[in-house]
Design a protein around this ligand. Structure first.
Ligand code: NAD
Ligand code: MG
Length: 386
């Protein structure tokens, strides 16, 4: 039987790669719902190709525009807004929800999908950073499967298969180091958005590309790994690996290290999550080991990349602090891309918002959403002052 997918964030980098795989394996997958924000032209093309039952966009204006772009005879109903996204996530007949929205917008649809008993392929790491405890609690309560799409987490997941969890000693989370890995700290002030948007190894959406340049992406991934694999921050070591061939590793208590390698292309991790436990025949090249010659590893420099330290700080505080870290980061990244603040002000804004936060522990979803909203206002206020 074909697996019916609901794809949230269809027009993004992960969303488009997911549809490339779906198109290659029409005997395995169908698309029941496609959700996007405002890129209605691209979404209309995707709808014509995949003929979903439901399409969702940000608001009424974009819904009308989308309907105008769609020819008659399609089976697709168009909805909009938060309710629409949640309907797409919980749609009857859907087997798996692919969470590929960017940012905090992914949280409620993910929870709606879990509540409806759907398996989830999760790219949207912000969901786990904000509400990992609640999300993993719901996953366990509902008995659904949450499969990682993030390449590092897919690598860790693959390195855990066939091993006993109690033998796990440590997770080695690799990082490319981003475009400024070797740049001198003195020149960080002159970094422009266009410089930060040039990732050396991966082609991704703009928010995660900036996060990769500040190393916040790795900080968010540490938190994501903690929740996905039930490990502590102390059990996770971040290792900079500029070739991006080793996607992450797991160390066992006998000193064995198992890792997963491949070319830096998200299609491998997406396909693994979609088809798990099967491996699809992807026409991916193998890494050119002899051409590359050497795989290198370094310690991350938290002096030049304080965002990584802020993520560890947020974890050690706990409670709503990781949601605040995430929200302040989203605001700071947007402000940087709009040229309202400089590159080195990104961690400063986040740190100041975190310092002003009154943490709540054992937070429920309403507490988390309130903390997210508070942090956005606080960050906006700080940005306006700078
Ligand atoms: P992207 O910016 O390319 O795409 C984001 C998608 O989300 C788009 O379809 C957009 O329409 C939708 N979207 C944006 N804001 C929305 C909102 N407020 N409400 C509803 N939908 C909204 O991003 P991406 O690079 O594909 O990343 C998506 C997620 O996957 C992120 O959480 C990112 O961290 C994670 N991820 C991405 C990659 C990658 O290679 N791109 C790798 C690992 C993890
Ligand atoms: Mg990653």
């Amino acid at each position: 039987m074909r697996k019916a997918l609901s794809l949230l964030g269809a027009t993004g980098s992960i969303g488009q790669s997911t549809l490339t795989i779906v198109a290659q394996f029409p005997e395995l997958f169908t698309v029941s719902a496609l959700a996007a924000h405002t890129r209605v032209e691209l979404l209309a093309d995707q709808i014509k190709r995949f003929r979903p039952q439901l399409a969702v966009v940000a608001d009424k204006v974009h819904a009308r525009r989308l309907e105008e772009l769609l020819p008659g005879g399609l089976p697709t109903e168009v909805l909009y807004g938060e309710d629409g996204y949640q309907m797409a996530a919980a749609l009857e007949g859907v087997d798996m929800v692919v969470g590929a929205m960017v940012g905090a917008a992914g949280l409620k649809p993910t929870l709606a999908a879990i509540a409806a008993g759907k398996d989830i392929a999760l790219a949207n790491k912000e969901t786990l950073v904000m509400a990992g405890e609640v999300v993993m609690g719901q996953v366990a309560a509902k008995g659904v499967r949450l499969l990682p799409v993030d390449s590092e987490h897919s690598a860790i997941f693959q390195s855990l298969v066939g091993h006993r969890r109690e033998d796990l000693a440590k997770v080695l989370l690799t990082a490319s180091g981003g475009p400024f890995r070797t740049r001198r700290a003195e020149s960080f002030d002159t970094i422009q958005p266009a410089d930060a948007l040039k990732h050396p190894n991966w082609s991704m959406g703009s928010k995660i590309t900036i996060d990769s340049a500040t190393l916040m992406n790795k900080g968010l991934e540490v938190i994501e790994a903690m929740w996905l694999f039930g490990v502590t921050a102390e059990q996770i070591e971040v290792v900079v690996h500029p070739e991006s061939i080793v996607h992450s590793m797991v160390a066992y208590r006998d000193g064995s290290v198992i890792g997963q390698m491949g070319v830096p292309d998200m299609k491998g991790a997406i396909a693994y999550a979609l088809a798990y436990p099967e491996r699809l025949i992807l026409e991916q090249p193998l890494p050119d080991f002899t051409g590359i010659g050497a795989l290198t590893f370094e310690t991350p420099d938290i002096g030049r990349f304080p965002c990584l330290r802020l993520a560890f700080d947020a974890v050690s505080t706990g409670g709503t602090m990781t949601a605040v870290l995430n929200a302040a980061n989203e605001m700071a990244v947007t402000a940087f891309m709009n040229e309202q603040i400089g590159f080195t002000q990104i961690p400063r804004v986040i740190e100041a918002v975190m310092a002003a936060h009154a943490v709540r522990y054992h937070a429920d979803i309403d507490d988390i959403i309130a903390a997210d909203g508070w942090a956005r206002e606080e960050a906006a206020r700080l940005v306006a002052q700078l």
